[in-house]
Design a protein around this ligand. Sequence first.
Ligand SMILES: Cc1ncc(COP(=O)(O)O)c(C=O)c1O
Length: 426
Amino acid sequence: MAKQFKPETLCVQAGWTPKKGEPRVLPIYQSTTFKYDTSEQMARLFDLEDSGYFYTRLQNPTNDAVAAKIAALEGGVAAMLTSSGQAANFYAIFNICQAGDHFVCSSAIYGGTFNLFGVTMKKLGIDVTFVTPDASEEEISAAFKPNTKALFGETVSNPSLEVLDIEKFARIAHNHGVPLIVDNTFPTPINCRPFEWGADIVVHSTTKYMDGHATSIGGCIVDSGNFDWDAHADKFPGLCTPDESYHGLTYTKAFGKGAYITKATAQLMRDLGSIQSPQNAFLLNLGLETLHLRMPQHCRNAQKVAEFLSKNEKVAWVNYCGLPDNKYYALAQKYMPNGSCGVISFGLKGGRDVSIKFMDSLEFIAIVTHVADARSCVLHPASHTHRQLTDEQLLEAGVRPDLIRLSVGIENAEDIIADIEQALNA
Ligand SMILES: Cc1ncc(COP(=O)(O)O)c(C=O)c1O
């Protein structure tokens, strides 16, 4: 679908464009395999000489339609769906890094990604240096080495809610001849399109706002098509030199701007699996059809809730980049003038015990290990995800013992505030 359409139209129309007599609604191609008439036809697919489907571990038409919609929303040239956001982040890096390589990453990222990069990928021989995203360009540049292959950051970090200076990060990455990869899960392309600010690859946990209804785990990788791999061919041999597992084909020569996603599909999905199930892709597509309606409501509600909390005497502190006194307000206004997301963190006077009592007193705002879906929910990391840590250890990990993460849903803001108010009074 042509890119001239506005995001609202892309949410509804992009990806699946049925031809005469085909279903109006994107079908679920619930099939592992695809039929061909001759052995030669199939052989050409295996040699990447023709495009087409042969086995759903690599590609599936339902997934490709949804990936195309996300690519259109982000303004990219190609995308692939993965089984989870974790898989998307792993593949985004592993597609251009191998044992002996290194990448630089903002320290303000989701804890699961931090562990994937800092522990699991190290076991594969891929090293990472974490940098404070607010550090100067010189300090961040100092983390780069000759074997550095990428720079990674989160547009709005989970759960610390720090806003990434995408232009600064893109400049640093490009000065070192490597791509900037941005996890754009929290704002979604409705609120921020990192490619417009210089990012090269975007990743998503589609599990969050994109699905929006907490039904399906999933991820997505989108390529802007802007990074010139061949200009840095020595750094990216996997893309710029022949792949012996495909009879000596070179991805950049054979696929041009589609090289990165084709390699991720043809090599990584082939060898490691982790594709999103077509059933989940179908549900994700339903979520995407209303993303442009839900995101503004999440942001409007979160703004009202953050303002309410910041005026309440029982609340010790509030972190939301839509509040003018927030450290990231100016960056948020620059990159996300229409709002960032619905996630707020705050603490109550009285600390951990008061936070627990508050959460137990909520009525419809539920305690769940999730963020970013239609229903308002809360999590207290000190009691849940980080419960084995002492208060001192929590602070070292950047999690205050009283921190409550509130994911503001799309219910009526007055009802959300009333539930919070009665729990504060309890
Ligand atoms: C910003 C961000 N990236 C990636 C992930 C991982 O996604 P998933 O849970 O879909 O594997 C999460 C999960 O919370 C996240 O918040």
